[in-house]
Design a protein around this ligand. Structure first.
Ligand code: SAH
Length: 377
């Protein structure tokens, strides 16, 4: 196995064109489940069904009462007064729930986008964020939680102290049009991100966001993956290293399954296509490449595990979100077959939504300490 080498400034293997197809004023067509009525936000944006259950392997037990990570900026109800003070455009979407609390209609994509824009501005200093029509509108609290758990994982090899700053390099596989993980991860921890995607329009959108907000140009690098079946080859260099990888894989195994998922989600929100003038429910669920891939999330993550085995020193920790609990045993089997040194399944629960992060490393404890010594000092 390769020993960790000193960090080298990553150079894009495949550069993203500078010209950006911006999509001003366009609406996303997916929405979050009611986040702040009485119930906390859930993460049903991606047609990913909430599933119950406990992690198979021991995880880090760092959840607050509402299920969110203790460092989350989103505990309790959204502070609409504060959000609107920073982002007045949110005001017209605010409704009062039957419990008498301010909220928004989570079935209205324009409202969800306005909430996201407000949250990103107030909590993460991102003042200009937008995504093209049809792309997923990511629920902010859940995405932030994933990053807090990654920080905990890195802190384990750093005497409990979260390593911060641009020397920490994160690989985001499938950065998406929203660039959500790099935005939050950089603003929370100062980390440097390389975001990959095979969707050129998604990358163009992410690039527009990076350009529109000060200080992101050096913090986030985007790279185009030309082969949808490949996760690392073609976008990382042979001698390149990342401290951790992050990924929210396409969940479904086919377009038809994705459509059924969107329909279910729509019904969960108490809406019917007819009620919105026959709006196709598919529009609600995001772009094809965001929703499905060959083999669904198990296929995607299994391919990632296989590739990571070929490049075990690429990342100190490899990670991915796993939406469905029933996917976990198959993923664990793939990790066993790949002879990973250690694996974790970290439970993420928020309201009724449960998902989990699977994390694995090929490095033993000594190699992890060496990694820190070489890269983080
Ligand atoms: N990270 C974003 C988007 C997730 S959707 C979020 O959490 O909201 C999944 C993304 O993975 C899509 O943008 C899709 O285009 C991308 N994708 C699919 N296959 C990929 C591959 N082989 N390499 C990189 N990205 C891929």
């Amino acid at each position: 196995m390769r020993r960790p080498k000193p960090s080298t400034a990553p150079t894009p293997v495949v550069a993203v064109p500078d010209a950006v197809a911006s999509a001003p004023g366009k609406k996303p067509t997916s929405a979050d489940k009611p986040a702040r009525g009485k119930k906390p936000a859930t993460s049903k944006v991606q047609g990913k069904k909430p599933t119950g259950g406990q992690p198979l392997a021991s995880g880090v037990n760092t959840q607050a009462k509402d299920g969110l990570h203790p460092r989350s900026r989103h505990h309790g109800q959204y502070d609409f007064a504060r959000l609107i003070a920073d982002s007045p455009a949110l005001a017209r979407f605010v409704i009062t729930t039957k419990y008498g609390n301010p909220s928004i209609d989570f079935a209205n994509p324009a409202a969800v986008k306005a909430l996201n824009q407000a949250l990103l501005r107030t909590h993460y200093g991102i003042s200009d964020w937008d995504i093209p029509v049809g792309y997923l509108c990511p629920p902010i609290p859940g995405r932030a939680d994933y990053l807090h758990h990654l920080a905990d994982l890195l802190a384990e090899v750093n005497d409990g102290k979260i390593p911060r700053g641009p020397k920490i390099s994160v690989l985001d596989v499938g950065v998406g049009a929203s660039a959500i993980y790099p935005l939050i991860g950089h603003r929370e921890y100062g980390w440097h991100f390389v975001g990959t995607d095979c969707d050129a329009d998604a990358l163009a959108s992410a690039q527009r966001i990076i350009k529109a907000n000060q200080g992101l140009g050096t913090a986030i690098t985007l790279r185009r993956q030309r082969s949808p079946q490949t996760l690392f080859a073609g976008v990382v260099q042979t001698d390149e290293h990342f401290d951790i990888s992050v990924c929210n894989p396409p969940f479904h195994a086919s377009a038809a399954e994705a459509a059924a998922g969107s329909t279910r989600k729509w019904h969960h929100l108490g809406k019917h296509a007819a009620a919105r003038g026959g709006t196709p429910v598919l529009n609600f669920g995001g772009k094809d490449g965001e929703l499905w891939c060959e083999g669904g999330e198990v296929g995607f993550i299994t391919r990632m595990i296989g590739e990571s085995r070929q490049t075990p020193g690429l990342c100190l920790w490899f990670t991915s979100l796993v939406s469905k609990e029933s996917s976990v045993p198959m993923i664990v089997r793939a990790l066993q077959a790949a002879h990973v040194r250690e694996r974790r399944v970290i439970d993420l629960s928020h309201g009724q939504k449960r998902s989990r992060i699977v994390a694995w490393t090929f490095l033993d404890e000594r190699q992890r300490r060496d990694w820190r010594g070489v890269r983080w000092q």
